[in-house]
Design a protein around this ligand. Structure first.
Ligand code: UD1
Ligand code: MG
Length: 454
């Protein structure tokens, strides 16, 4: 049985007061549209059809190969939106799911229940409803005596009595495809608004004696549609809670989930502890037994196991196991810290590899450098990697001791076991096991290396 989803995303989203198309506004770091696509992909492997209108180019570009898009121009209502997909889908699918791209909390499991309901249904439509005290302008559900749905009455035409009905139309439907294409032709133009409403299809079925079934949803939160930035923030909070609970159930400790911000798709290993105000974003993977935060931002990075990251900013970096970072350390793109690296306060590392056991305690900048294991980088050390035109590399061997406030003028190589005196300005390569001092630094004696490694 082929099931294809049509996702409605053509509406303007006027009330967002934004130049960004509504469905591209992020929730937990991913566009609303991503969440809607994610739910759909849990129930069907067929490529969905997304109906686009306002901001069509941006929305289409975002979707890329993940969906087919069809332009609805002008936008004459939800029924009219679905008509636009007919030419792409007619004869190619047995069932059609229709849902809205501005409901990012709707779960795949809920759509699955909807599909199951329709599979049991002898009639052509099943739909999602919810029972709620606050009607939020949603259409009211009129039931027949046999429990099937008779009609959906939109709020603006509802009688006072109908307005009291607590069962609401959520905006998720599953149709028998063949029936749907025929019914769309029969949906009347709404006399008041001149639009074609998908909800009128329900009445068409029921008048023809074909049962319309409803799946009543248990979770009211899932039905929040985003029309304003206030609803966007409600959805953000609900999504954060959902994501955080998922991680906690997987063995992650959060001291304060309400101030722990984890984007969709981030992975975290068990026994990792997230302190308040930790932000984990993008394509981030965190191993087991780490302590992150408080006050830490990690983006697009991979963290091993048993690291301690306090009040730091990490982007595009790789940390191996047992790294101890911060407070106030910054890793930029291409930073790679080996096992048990210690990086203290006010350090910055970019496009560099610090091998196992490197210590960099205070106030240093390391860029475009390779640093051998167990080397000590003294306070205030700078790799002077940029000459105003180009970046140059610095290579530092193992067991090197860089004295405080050393300037390493790249391109430069410092041999293993070497040492620089405090305040040295190193402009020439330094041989292994050699002590250099001064400005520019000059060799003054040969050293005997005390390697910490066996
Ligand atoms: C619709 C339902 C209502 C339901 C509510 C739930 C109809 C007539 N009414 O009302 O019963 O309770 O959703 O949220 O369907 N869209 C298009 N093209 C259009 C019009 C809309 O793509 O021409 C898209 C919008 O971008 C949006 C969705 O369809 O994602 C819903 O449209 P909207 O105008 O918000 O419908 P409601 O008035 O909320
Ligand atoms: Mg709406």
């Amino acid at each position: 049985m082929k099931i294809t989803a049509i996702l409605l995303a053509a509406g303007q989203g006027t009330r967002m007061k934004s130049s960004l198309p509504k469905v591209l506004h992020p929730v937990a770091g991913k566009p609303m549209l991503w969440h809607a696509m994610n739910a759909i992909q849990q129930v069907t492997t067929e490529k969905p059809v997304v109906v686009v209108g306002h901001g069509a180019d941006e929305v289409t570009a975002y979707l890329g190969e993940t969906a087919q898009t069809v332009l609805q121009e002008p936008q004459l209502g939800t029924g009219h939106a679905v008509m636009q997909a007919e030419s792409l889908l007619k004869g190619k699918t047995d069932m059609v799911i229709v849902c809205y791209a501005d409901m990012p909390l709707l779960r795949g499991e809920t759509l699955q229940k909807l599909v199951e309901t329709q599979k049991q249904n002898k009639g052509p439509i099943s739909m999602l409803t919810v029972i709620a005290d606050d009607p939020r302008g949603f259409g009211r559900i009129i039931r027949r005596d046999d429990g099937s749905v008779d009609a959906i009455v939109e709020e603006y035409v509802a009688t006072e009595e109908q307005k009291q009905i607590k069962e609401l139309n959520v905006g998720g439907y599953c149709f028998n495809a063949e029936w749907l294409w025929g019914a769309l032709q029969r949906i009347p133009k709404n006399p008041k608004k001149g639009e074609y409403y998908l909800t009128d299809a329900i009445e068409l079925a029921s008048k023809a004696g074909l049962p319309v079934q409803a799946t009543v949803m248990g979770d009211l939160e899932e039905t929040i549609g985003v029309n304003t930035r206030i609803q966007l923030s409600e959805v953000e909070i609900a999504m954060r809670r959902r994501i955080n609970q998922g991680h906690m159930l997987n063995g992650v400790t959060m001291i304060d989930p309400a101030s722990t911000y984890i984007e969709a798709g981030v992975q975290i290993g068990r026994d990792t502890v997230l302190m308040p105000n930790s932000h984990l974003r993008g394509k981030t993977e965190i191993g087991e037994g780490n302590v992150v935060g408080p006050n830490t931002i990690i983006r697009d990075s991979k963290i091993g196991n048993h690291c301690k990251i306090l009040a730091s900013d990490i982007e595009g970096a790789l940390l191996e196991d047992g790294v101890d970072m911060g407070p106030f350390a910054r890793l930029r793109k291409g930073a790679h810290l080996g096992n048990h690296v210690h990086m203290g306060n006010f350090g910055e590392v970019k496009d560099s590899y610090l091998a196992d056991g490197v210590k960099m305690g205070h106030f240093s900048y390391i860029g475009n450098a390779q640093i051998g294991s167990n080397t000590n980088i003294g306070a205030g050390t700078i790799t002077c990697n940029y000459d105003g035109e180009k970046k140059h590399a610095t290579e530092i061997g193992e067991d090197v001791f860089i004295g405080s406030d050393t300037m390493l003028v790249a391109p430069l190589k410092i041999g293993s076991g070497a040492r620089t005196g405090a305040g040295a300005i190193v402009t020439k390569n330094v041989a292994e096991d050699t002590l250099v001092v001064g400005m520019p630094a000059r060799a003054i004696k040969k050293l005997e290396r005390k390697s910490k490694k066996k």
